[in-house]
Design a protein around this ligand. Structure first.
Ligand SMILES: [Fe+2]
Length: 506
């Protein structure tokens, strides 16, 4: 038997709604629900899910497994959300009633300690066909040899050296998303729940009846080539190049590559530490950078599939696999604030210099995973999007730089302004703890002489995984064919211009 459902059959009742705009507004959600009931509507009316590109007409929402069509999402970051794929599946007014509707099992998924402060408390309640514990037996270790976990320190690898890589080729044999992950760097220690890993992925096959969860960290996925359809316990989300998807620690998922042309490549930040959140804006104010409304969480959708499947988990760097007899994506309804989400990078509202100087790149932080030291990230996700450059009397590309934070960069589209050549979409670079870096000779000469009219940097989308911890290169990164042996030569043309005169050499 295989059934898949996203929403109620009854178009008069759409069962997906955002209960509150933040974790402290539970009371408002109840008041709102009562107000709707008083007005004669049911809990969750059509008005809660307006039709649109991401929220199609509820009556037309996919109910079959013959293609999902446009997916439905709920807008907002870190919200308390409630969503159900069958009417009445979600208990009201309590989390674990004596008997759940439809014979479902109630299960809490905690992404933070029970006692974490409200602002950092992450948990969701899932109402599912079978409890997850039903699948926890007869695991066997398996090998995914290219996926490494911190600590993974190779003494003979010079991770401090500036490094740059070409894109990795797509596999010639069918390779799933999970099989296609290649670790470039690791930082910190997953056992201490601190640090991160930077991975590339290259995949050519769907995870058919294959499911996965990662106990070691959350996964921020940035496609560069080809879209991904990510089926999760919480619902289904698509992520195309130019978008990111974030899968919280422990969430079960399966990845498909839509279309006949099975080619997918991109980047992953595996964050072992506290969950990504939005950075503070300080004097910027209440709007700008990544706006909360542009984050999208999928609505509940479940698979009722009683067929041979497999579940693989990653736990403290090891991989284990079990044969199971059903799909684990069997959550019919859920509520809470711990769930996967996606974000379109083109909705980032960049801030920049309005008169002079190149600002610190932290101004482009999309998401930050804090450490215990205020303002010092365990991991930051930073982008360099299209934007206007208007600064007067300013060397406009990034300045020369040494940094206690370590910087892994990738390029999703176009070119990056500090490197005119050699850094291409799908490629990567690493500038580690206290490793000097900056524009190459060509970029320096050009930016030093260019007429400073307002100029738009267009057709570009670079990003950075930045961490306070040093990043250790894997063997795959250090000696793979894709490493550019001559990267440091890009600075060789930076000649001495000092000649003792105020103007220097021309
Ligand atoms: Fe830097």
């Amino acid at each position: 038997m295989h059934r898949e459902r996203a929403m109620t059959d009854d178009p008069s009742r759409t069962a997906n709604r955002t209960a509150a705009s933040n974790a402290d507004s539970d009371a408002d959600s109840h008041a709102e629900r009562h107000a709707k009931a008083q007005a004669g509507g049911q809990a969750g009316s059509d008005a809660d899910l307006a039709a649109g590109p991401d929220n199609p007409d509820p009556s037309q929402a996919g109910l079959s497994n013959a293609g999902l069509g446009a997916l439905a999402y709920i807008s907002g970051f870190g919200n308390e959300i409630e969503t159900e794929a069958l009417p009445g599946a979600l208990p009201q007014g309590r989390n674990n009633p004596q008997r759940c509707a439809y014979g479902l099992y109630a299960e809490q998924l905690s992404g933070s300690a029970f006692t974490a402060p409200r602002s950092a408390n992450k948990r969701s309640w899932l109402y599912r066909i079978r409890p997850s514990v039903r699948r926890m037996s007869r695991f066997s270790p398996i090998d995914l040899p290219y996926w490494k976990t911190a600590p993974h320190i190779l003494k003979d690898v010079a991770s401090f050296a500036p490094a740059r890589w070409d894109p990795i080729p797509l596999p010639r044999t069918p390779t799933t998303f999970i099989e296609g992950i290649r670790t470039m760097t690791t930082a910190g220690d997953c056992h201490m729940q601190t640090g991160m890993a930077a991975h590339l992925y290259a995949a050519t096959a769907d995870m058919t009846d294959e499911y996965f969860f990662n106990a070691d960290g959350e996964m921020l996925i940035a496609p560069e080539l080809g879209a991904l359809r990510i089926r999760t316990e919480f619902g289904v989300l698509d992520a195309a190049p130019g978008e990111i998807a974030v899968l919280p620690r422990g969430v079960v998922f399966s990845v498909e590559i839509p279309g006949d042309d099975k080619k997918a490549r991109g980047y992953i930040c595996e964050n072992y530490g506290a969950a990504f959140t939005l950075p503070e804006r300080g004097p910027i104010g209440a709007n700008g950078l990544a706006n909360p409304r542009d984050f999208k969480t999928p609505v509940a959708r479940f698979e009722e599939k009683d067929a041979p499947c497999a579940l693989t988990l990653k736990w403290c760097g090891g991989f284990h696999r079990a044969e199971i007899a059903h799909s684990p994506l069997d959550v019919v309804a859920w509520h809470g604030n711990y769930a996967p989400y996606k974000y379109d990078l083109s909705t980032f509202s960049p801030m920049g210099a309005a008169l002079f100087d190149h600002p610190d790149p932290s101004i482009f932080t999309v998401l930050t995973a804090p450490s215990e030291t205020p303002g010092t990230a365990n991991a930051d996700f930073v982008i360099f999007p299209p934007r206007w450059m208007v600064a007067e009397d300013t060397f406009r590309p990034p300045w020369y730089h040494r940094n206690v934070m370590s910087e892994f960069m990738g390029l999703i589209r176009g070119r990056y302004d500090a490197k005119e050549e050699g850094f291409v979409p799908g490629g990567a670079s690493l500038h580690n703890l206290m490793t000097p870096h900056g524009p190459d000779a060509e970029a320096f000469d050009k930016a030093s002489a260019v007429a400073l009219a307002p100029m738009k940097l267009d057709d570009t989308m670079a990003f950075m995984f930045e961490t306070r911890l040093p990043q250790q290169m894997t063997q795959f990164a250090a000696s793979g064919d894709h490493r550019q042996d001559d990267y440091a030569d890009c600075w060789a043309g930076l000649e001495k211009k000092f000649d003792g005169t105020p103007g220097g050499k021309p």
